[in-house]
Design a protein around this ligand. Sequence first.
Ligand SMILES: NC(=O)c1ccc[n+]([C@@H]2O[C@H](COP(=O)([O-])OP(=O)(O)OC[C@H]3O[C@@H](n4cnc5c(N)ncnc54)[C@H](O)[C@@H]3O)[C@@H](O)[C@H]2O)c1
Length: 266
Amino acid sequence: MAFDFTGKTVGVTGAAGINGIGFAIARKFLQYGAAVFICDLDEKALSEAETKLREYGTVKAYKVDVSNGQAVSGLFKEAVRDFGYIDVFISNAGIYPQIMVCDMAEEQWDTVMAVNLKSVFLCARECRRVMDRGGVLINASSFAALLGSAGSGAYAASKAAVYNLTKTLAAELAPYQIRTVGYIPGVIETGMTKEVIESREKELTEAIALKRLGKSDDVADAVCFLASDQAAYMTGTFLEISGGKLCVQNPDYAWNQYGKNACGTA
Ligand SMILES: NC(=O)c1ccc[n+]([C@@H]2O[C@H](COP(=O)([O-])OP(=O)(O)OC[C@H]3O[C@@H](n4cnc5c(N)ncnc54)[C@H](O)[C@@H]3O)[C@@H](O)[C@H]2O)c1
């Protein structure tokens, strides 16, 4: 599906990693004609990402810690000064520490909640301030929001809270004509999941109906749809981009029955 975001400005947080979902989202929006600003905490990667994204269109990068209210407020002020208006904003930044809940230090717990959840609140508050002609706010949740995750429980809890918060924001921002939606990636091959995939790829893939891990572009396409006028009646809802992760209890059954070469034989 092709979209037209010509004349629109789109902001994406956590977009510095060139294999990451945020970077893929930024590139797609540029390809569909938008001007894009990106932000991240990782200054070096951010500058490399900005250089790469320039091949596709107008882009500007800002170094911002999305868990810091003053920094987020500054980001929106600068972006409005530089671009005039923000039509679409994607709260994508996140961290995914692998640690058992009861082994966590209090500060580690607080950091996960600040980066993954508080940032969504801070960005939503700024969106309401600057999107005075309406817009679209899109938040990154996770499959872990739907089903807890041993070894990353704080992450799962933070993403479940993002899921819930997005629904409340949809209602609270509706009078401002700001649609608020979200996305639920399954297992996507990015820097965040590199170690987990290296150690458990077979187990992870087995749970997926399509029998492949996701790519950042799989998510970026869905996010562009959510931001588009084709999704004008969607608010308070989420798109799951997981290849059918755990959509049944027995994802191998049909593959065992029909085999790998079933396509075209029905
Ligand atoms: N990759 C997956 O399988 C998967 C699954 C479910 C949900 N998600 C979610 O999708 C989003 C993108 O994940 P990704 O896989 O592309 O990961 P990623 O690690 O490639 O990208 C996350 C980015 O956020 C940045 N970041 C971290 N803390 C920040 C802060 N305080 N301020 C600003 N930037 C900060 C990082 O530097 C990084 O560039 C995350 O919210 C993640 O939780 C990813």
